[in-house]
Write a protein that binds this ligand. Structure first.
Ligand SMILES: [Fe+2]
Length: 266
């Protein structure tokens, strides 16, 4: 073998050995460092410093305050809704559910009611509806939540100029208007920021939703979805005969009303 080639080979092998040594040594040092954080005091010190860095990070403080003020502004503006406000808009999204899925939703709700002692009336404190929370119906829950997230929330965000990432679902439920239960719902505003209603059938006379800032009663075809700001006062118009089923949803913008029983600030 040529002497030059032999020297190059020796150098190459030496370099590889040095690299391997350094990497193994680094790994050992890492393990040593990790294993050195064993005592409770060490851990406390580590998290104290870590939290200190996070809590005092100017970018994070600014971003957090910025997001918070934007969310609060929407909620405040919605509370002060006027006829010309963006929040008085009422929009119909066509063909959100197929007729078959609407009828299946009624079927599943009635099946649930039969097994669990009828339709419930006490879930909403201020304006109780004759309803069933969709989360109780396991054959419907994921389908309906997926549908809302994929087809309804993006449109609500678009129409009301919201950031979709802060828009969430508070609850979705099936309401039944009938002679034996509830035939109407008095004018009110919802406890949540935005809402939707999907009619599931048309086997009734009367019915629909009347909004304060709209002249006409809104009662679109089966499977179409009405979206609106929950602070736009509205009422469920009385049904004169038959049974009316709707799928209703409450949306929150950044803060789920159902979780607002904890205190913030101070
Ligand atoms: Fe309502």
């Amino acid at each position: 073998m040529n002497d030059k080639i032999l020297i190059v080979l020796i150098i190459a092998v030496s370099v590889i050995i040095i690299i391997l040594y350094i990497s193994v040594n680094n790994e050992e040092n890492l393990l040593k460092n990790t294993s050195s954080i064993n005592s409770k005091e060490d851990l406390k010190e580590l998290f104290k410093n870590y939290n200190h860095k996070i809590i005092n990070n100017k970018d994070l403080i600014e971003e957090s305050n910025n997001i918070e003020s934007k969310l609060f502004k929407v909620c405040e503006d919605a509370l002060n809704i006027t006829k010309d406000s963006i929040y008085s808009g009422v929009y119909i999204l066509k063909n959100i559910m197929t007729k078959k899925d609407c009828l299946r939703t009624i079927y599943e709700a009635e099946k649930y009611a039969k097994v669990h002692g009828g339709w419930k009336n006490g879930r909403h404190e201020m304006y109780p509806t004759h309803d069933i929370d969709i989360r109780n119906i396991y054959t419907m829950e994921n389908y309906i939540y997926h549908l809302a997230h994929s087809s309804i929330l993006p449109k609500v965000a678009e129409k009301f100029n919201l950031n979709l990432r802060y828009l969430g679902i508070s609850e979705i439920f099936i309401v039944k208007y009938c002679k034996e239960g509830q035939t109407k719902l008095v004018e009110h505003e919802d406890g949540h920021d935005f809402s939707f209603i999907i009619p599931l059938n048309k086997d009734y006379v009367g019915g629909g939703t009347k909004f304060k800032f709209l002249k006409d009663i809104v009662d679109p075809d089966i499977g179409n979805c009405t979206i609106f700001c929950g602070k736009h006062r509205h009422k469920g118009v009385e049904i004169k005969s038959g049974e009316r089923y709707i799928l209703a949803g409450f949306l929150n913008y950044g803060w789920n009303f159902l979780k607002r029983d904890f205190k913030i600030g101070n």
